[in-house]
Design a protein around this ligand. Structure first.
Ligand code: HEC
Length: 82
C-alpha cells in the first residue's frame, strides 16, 4: 500500500502523491503478470535503473506509466532507507 511516509517522500521529490497509487497498481498488476512482484527493497536504486527500463518494455508500459512505477519504487526505497 501507499503509506503516509511514502507520500511525503514523493512530495519531497516533487512527485504528486497521486502518482504513487497508479505506480503501485501497475507494479502489482502489470509487473506481476510473469512473476510475483519482486520486493522493491531487494534491489538497489542503481540496479533498478538498469532493471526497470528492461521490465517496463516487457510489460508494454507507456513512458508515463514507467515514470509512475519509478516514482513508486523511489518512494518505497526512500522510506526503507531514510
Ligand atoms: C513479459 C513478462 C514480464 C513482465 C511483464 C515483467 N517481467 Fe520482470 N522479469 C521477467 C523475466 C523473464 C525475468 C528474469 C529474466 C530477466 O532478468 O530478464 C524478470 C526479472 C525481473 C527482476 C529481476 C531482475 C534482476 O536482474 O535482478 C525484477 C526486479 C523484475 N523482473 C521486475 C519487474 C517489474 C518492476 C516489472 C513491471 C515494470 C516486470 N518485472 C514485468 C519477465 C517479466
Amino acid at each position: 500500500m501507499v503509506t503516509a511516509g511514502m507520500s511525503s517522500a514523493a512530495a519531497a521529490n516533487g512527485v504528486d502523491p497521486a502518482v504513487l497509487g497508479r505506480g503501485r497498481a501497475l507494479y502489482v498488476g502489470s509487473c506481476a503478470r510473469c512473476h510475483v512482484p519482486v520486493e522493491v527493497t531487494s534491489r538497489t536504486r542503481q540496479q533498478w535503473d538498469e532493471i526497470l527500463p528492461r521490465m517496463a518494455d516487457k510489460a508494454g508500459l507507456e513512458p508515463v506509466e514507467e515514470e509512475e512505477v519509478a516514482a513508486y519504487i523511489d518512494a518505497v526505497i526512500d522510506v526503507a532507507e531514510p
